[in-house]
Design a protein around this ligand. Structure first.
Ligand code: ZN
Ligand code: ZN
Length: 331
């Protein structure tokens, strides 16, 4: 006679051991994906509802922005869940060719799941100047793979201008060597500074824009082309992909700033530390919130100074620094 197997009672399956971080790490390795896609979306709200359900089904946390121009997301979760999410997302014809970039991290790097509809998937304050069709942004800079970037530099040497498409504070801990780092506090400032002619002296140069994962360059490079820049390239896959291919053996120096609990990422043990503690000038890549509750700006502090409460006093110079960026999404 066959032995009957009864299902385990739920309380047994849901014991504390299953929920411990050690168990999760051993049994369900986690990662973070970042991605974007510029494609016309006639019903962003429908996409939002579908995407939220898909993320909830697979226990993913992170942030997704959706607009009539496309989607921009950063999500953490188990590798198996993320793969199922990617498969599901690619079922939508407009998203079939999305380039998902994998990165170290987990769902725990995000406080919650946010899926929002906005005017822009990356906030330049210029939604009406962006033209998007089924192939992506119309009239943007030419995409360069990391190797193609090296070829361009081999051909043109110092005539290649690296143009940082991020907020200037991000470059305080890492950037391409000799890059132009525009004095912008938010991505909004780029459109205004371009309009004011602040970068016009670079219009006839070979310009390569770069950002974390590439999405900001899509918009910025198209605004540059509109402004009359003659030779604009953008680094495909951004610093994330460049770091995966060349680590610290190429043209990148320092750490990559990240808009989640990880705060920053390095590409090898041989990375340089280019950030400096605002108190003692020691090398550091770690931003902290100013201890003054009325300020809470992001400031660079070394491990020793952060332990010293006195040194966390606010400074007038914090007025020009960015607010804490939890919840922001820029890639
Ligand atoms: Zn210090
Ligand atoms: Zn302060």
């Amino acid at each position: 006679m066959q032995k009957r197997v009864t299902a385990l009672p739920l309380p047994f399956l849901a014991n504390d051991w299953c929920d411990s971080p050690q168990y999760t790490q051993v049994v369900k390795p986690e990662k973070i994906i970042l991605y974007y896609c510029f494609t016309p979306l006639s019903d962003p709200e429908a996409i939002r509802l579908w995407q939220r359900t898909l993320c909830e089904q697979h226990d993913l946390l992170g942030r997704i922005l959706i607009s009539r121009h496309g989607i921009n997301g950063t999500l953490g979760g188990s590798i198996a869940s993320l793969k199922r999410y990617i498969k599901g997302t690619r079922e939508f014809p407009g998203f079939r060719v999305i380039d998902f970039k994998w990165s170290e991290g987990s769902a725990r790097d995000f406080p919650r799941l946010r899926v929002r509809v906005r005017d822009e998937i990356v906030s330049f304050g210029a939604p009406d100047r962006l033209i998007v069709d089924e192939r992506g942004v119309v009239g943007g800079g030419t995409h360069l793979t990391p190797s193609a970037l090296h070829e361009l530099v081999a051909q043109h040497g110092d005539d290649v201008i690296f143009f940082d498409a991020r907020n200037s504070f991000e470059a305080m801990i890492g950037k391409f060597k000799n890059a132009v780092v525009p004095d912008v506090r938010t991505t909004h400032d780029f459109a205004r500074e371009l309009d004011r002619g602040q970068f016009d002296h670079l219009r006839n140069k070979t310009v390569v824009t770069y950002c974390t994962g590439g999405v900001r360059c899509e918009v910025l490079s198209s605004l540059m082309v509109q402004r009359g820049f003659t030779e604009v390239y953008q680094l495909d896959g951004g610093i994330v992909r460049y770091g995966q291919e060349f680590g610290d053996q190429g043209l990148w120096e320092g750490s990559l700033y990240l808009f989640d609990a990880r705060m920053h990422q390095e590409f090898s043990d041989a990375h340089e530390v280019i950030g400096r503690c605002e108190r003692c000038q020691s090398p550091t890549s770690q931003f902290h919130n100013c201890a003054n509750l009325a300020c809470r700006k992001l400031i660079l502090l070394c491990d020793e100074c952060v332990l010293d409460n006195v040194s966390m006093n606010c400074r007038p110079s914090h007025a020009d620094l960015p607010q804490s960026t939890e919840g922001a999404i820029r890639n």
